[in-house]
Design a protein around this ligand. Structure first.
Ligand code: GLC
Length: 726
């Protein structure tokens, strides 16, 4: 597939870069490898003007706005000898101004088009604000919801994350031969294994076998690079004892040699200098030299000037080669030619970035309605003909303006958020009375006034015929540097739920959180339970329309929801072990005080309608190692409202030269069906998708017996088939 990294345009850009690099002196070369700017760590915005004349700046981060970037760019270009413009990058993670659902929420749509479209809109708004490069998508496989950054990725499954990864790259970069207007370079992060942080503690060490690294964590990066991702960002953590930012094995042997990546590698913010904290470098110069020599082309630096300082030392000491410097500079300049800034470094200030336009707000609404996951429903949903609705919860009111946007929301305008209360009032007009009550604080420690506000909420609930309560987390409780040992609902929210349940009313509970929270204490006490994540600028309207049945929930979980923190890490595609998982048993792979299954499994999600799978056929029950089996089935909407089914295809390799997971997702399809409509669905299973790395790191497709399931979740075993690979 042609993309911006293997096109004629890339080849031409590379040729121009190879010529241009010859004009630069050593200081200017190393300057191209140095990124400066503000970020989440520093509020002070600095431009490092004293670096301009010598050409010591190659890129900026988090300096945004067409006018501001043009001003900084012009000063830099005019002051430098060769007038090479800087590349402006930013964390455009789930929207630029118009905010989309968090990436974890988007993954629950099981619709790559949701991800692509969201990235496309974000790219347009960012591009028109002077940004040419986003530090996204984050494709770290995560199996530990204590880790705050689970919110930023696409869940626990390698196959699904890979599909979302390629969709994100296509959304950001477009699918043409060069980086067109309104598109930005993508950045696959964090390379690699960041989500395997021990204990779910951010930045913590990760111990990953080479087989696991290749079979579980690498494919989403490979998929993004295959789709043409222009850059990769190194991770903070040490992986198997070598910090990722100075890990030659992952940055050269795997990224360059195995994946054939020809783009540019940038460190995470300050990660080069952190090599000293890791105990991997003597000092910051040593750190810069080791990071560069391992394959980290550019240093993203906020407080220090690591590359401009350390690489000349490396050259003088004979530890850094000028050939390597030239190659890295060529990679940076290639991107600058490819996105056109070498010809025109400036952004057209006359064009609106269309932030919060009807089109962009519709795009985020369309995404949000596909991301919510219905977990429980005794039939109370969708709400119809309510006369008086009690709408309870801090997150349902004005506190939702910021918190429904989630973390890593770049340049937001909370006043543009449609709150849940506003969504209900808009959807219902004068037909139904909405009585709002605060409920209680969502802060970690609650609030001393919670008992009073909970009492008020109870009173309101008793006076209404329908009770909708929104609980959850603040936006800041997930994301970077937000690992929690306790992932129950913060504060007194469970107390609020219990008080509402005690009224005897049927409670509709909506959970707005970045990560899966522990729901064990209340999931069976309420009449309906919906995971509504943090779904962006139109979250409130989407939530109201879902509860009122204007749209039908179609989300399915992409992270297993644990019963307790004690179960973590928990994921569906685990090995069987010699004493397979049982309920609270003994002498088995289980706890004696808690069953080992998740509260809600990967792939799980309910609908207001029902679907029937029939006539499931395999094109063959055996295939060669280079063969393919086609699975077809009919899916029928057997309910009385339109909806979308998420057909999932899992396999199990029954006997392997290394033990194999009890299930692995290898295909899925989302199908929209009107009430009563039936549609044929076809999924393909190439034998190559069964490949894994053996003990000696050979990637093999091993002959043998397999199981295959067509399912509605990872625990749905109703439709089981056998096949063999010869
Ligand atoms: C942060 C994050 C990274 C982000 C970068 C720039 O520390 O780890 O994902 O892109 O710094 O803000």
């Amino acid at each position: 597939m042609t993309n911006i990294m293997n096109s004629k345009a890339f080849t031409e850009a590379r040729k121009k870069a190879e010529e241009k690099v010859k004009e630069l002196n050593l200081t200017e070369k190393i300057g191209q490898l140095s990124q400066f700017g503000t970020s989440i760590y520093t509020s002070e915005e600095k431009y490092f003007e004293d670096h301009f004349a010598e050409g010591k700046i190659g890129a900026y981060l988090t300096i945004i706005g067409a006018e501001k970037t043009n001003k900084v760019q012009k000063d830099l270009v005019d002051a430098s000898r060769l007038h090479i413009p800087a590349l402006f990058g930013d964390d455009v993670i789930h929207g630029f101004n118009t905010t989309f659902p968090t990436p974890l929420a988007q993954s629950c749509s099981w619709n790559p088009e949701v991800v692509r479209r969201g990235c496309e809109v974000a790219a347009k708004e960012a591009y028109r604000s002077g940004i040419k490069w986003t530090f996204s998508p984050m494709v770290d496989i995560a199996r530990d919801p204590r880790w705050g950054r689970v919110v930023e990725g696409y869940g626990e499954d390698t196959y699904l994350c890979s599909r979302m990864s390629e969709a994100a790259v296509k959304g950001y970069q477009g699918e043409g031969e060069t980086l067109e207007k309104d598109h930005v370079f993508a950045c696959m992060k964090h390379f690699i294994g960041y989500g395997a942080a021990i204990g779910g503690r951010d930045y913590n060490s990760a111990e990953i076998s080479d087989q696991h690294l290749h079979d579980v964590y690498l494919p989403p990066f490979a998929a993004g690079i295959e789709a043409g991702a222009a850059t990769v960002m190194t991770a903070f953590e040490d992986i198997n004892g070598t910090p990722a930012t100075a890990n030659k094995y992952i940055l050269k042997d795997i990224l360059r040699d195995e994946l054939g990546f020809e783009g540019m590698v940038v460190s995470d913010a300050g990660a080069t200098s952190e090599l000293t904290h890791h105990g991997f470098a003597e000092n910051e110069d040593d750190a810069a030299i080791k990071a560069f020599n391992a394959g980290c082309d550019m240093s993203m630096q906020l407080m220090g000037d690591y590359y401009n300082h350390g690489l000349p030392v490396g050259i003088n000491e004979g530890r850094v080669s000028i050939e390597d410097i030239d190659e890295s500079v060529t990679r940076v300049l290639t991107l600058k030619y490819l996105c056109g800034i070498m010809d025109d470094p400036y952004t057209d200030e006359s064009i609106s970035n269309e932030a919060f336009s009807d089109d962009h707000m519709k795009a985020t609404y369309d995404a949000a309605i596909e991301c919510a996951v219905l977990l429980e429903n005794d039939g109370i949903l969708p709400v119809r003909n309510a006369k008086r609705i009690a709408l309870i919860g801090a997150l349902a009111g004005d506190e939702g303006k910021r918190n429904l946007l989630g973390p890593w929301a770049a340049h937001i305008d909370p006043e543009k958020t449609v709150t849940v209360e506003e969504g209900f009032r808009k959807a219902l007009g004068e037909s139904t009375e909405i009585v709002y009550s605060y409920g209680c604080s969502v802060a970690d420690d609650g609030d001393e006034n919670d008992d009073n506000t909970i009492a008020e909420a109870v009173k309101v609930a008793l006076e209404c015929d329908t009770v909708v309560c929104v609980v959850g987390e603040t936006a800041g409780r997930s994301g970077e540097a937000s690992s929690y040992a306790n992932i129950h609902l913060p504060g007194n929210q469970e107390k609020l739920i219990d008080a509402l349940v005690a009224t005897g009313k049927k409670i509709i509970l909506l959970v707005s959180s970045g990560r899966p929270v522990i729901m064990t204490n209340f999931n069976k006490k309420v009449s309906a339970l919906m995971q509504v994540w943090q779904m962006g600028s139109m979250a409130g309207q989407a939530i109201a329309d879902l509860v009122l049945g204007k749209v039908n929930p179609s989300g399915h979980l992409t992270l297993s929801h644990p019963r307790s923190e004690g179960q973590i890490p928990i994921y569906y595609n685990h090995y069987n072990t010699g004493r397979p998982l049982y309920k609270t048993d003994r002498w088995k792979t289980c706890y004696r005080d808690l069953e080992s299954s998740p509260l809600y499994p990967f792939g799980y999600g309910l609908s207001y309608t029902s679907f029937e799978y029939s006539d499931i056929k395999l094109s063959a029950t055996e295939m060669a190692e280079d063969g393919e089996i086609e699975v077809s089935l009919n899916v029928k909407n057997t309910g009385d409202c339109d909806g979308a089914a998420v057909v999932q295809m899992y396999i199990r390799d029954l006997v392997g030269c290394r033990v194999r997971p009890v299930k692995e997702l290898k295909g899925f399809a989302k199908v929209w069906l009107k009430a009563g409509e039936e549609q044929k669905v076809t999924l393909r299973l190439p034998a190559s998708s069964l490949a894994f790395h053996d003990f000696y790191m050979n990637k093999i497709v091993e002959p043998g017996k397999f199981k295959l399931w067509i399912a509605e979740s990872a625990t749905d075993n109703r439709y089981e088939f056998d096949f063999i690979v010869k």
